[in-house]
Design a protein around this ligand. Structure first.
Ligand SMILES: [Ca+2]
Ligand SMILES: [Ca+2]
Length: 119
């Protein structure tokens, strides 16, 4: 109900940067939790990170991330200011392929494709 739509300023390049930031955050969380994992697992690593990030976002575990849950993540991780002109809500703008206002895991995979450059 803020009235202002921040997403209009979010350019694709900024959006990509934001997503890299998110992966980076998740990566750090993951590394903090599992110090004994080896680098050899890199192949599966990004997909794993996306899985973990999805679970992190989907706080009620219903398999969908909604705007409410995005708000919670923004609060929890204080993402409000770091992400320049983009916000997590832009995930719904760019990567909600079926336009149901929710992000499914499959849409997360598309948002963070496995074949992009390593972290
Ligand atoms: Ca959910
Ligand atoms: Ca969707």
């Amino acid at each position: 109900m803020s009235g202002k739509s921040k997403g209009d300023k979010c350019k694709p390049t900024e959006y990509t940067k934001m997503k890299n930031t998110l992966l980076d955050l998740q990566n750090r969380r993951y590394i903090a939790q599992s110090k004994d994992k080896t680098i050899d697992e890199k192949m599966a690593f990004k997909k794993l990170l996306v899985d973990e990030m999805f679970n992190y976002f989907d706080s009620d575990n219903n398999g969908l991330v909604d705007t409410n849950e995005l708000s919670q993540v923004i609060k929890r991780d204080e993402l409000g200011k770091d992400l320049s002109d983009c916000s997590l809500f832009d995930l719904l703008k760019y990567d909600d392929y079926n336009s149901d206002k929710h992000l499914a895991l499959e849409e997360f995979y598309r948002a963070f494709p496995d074949n992009s450059q390593p972290l």
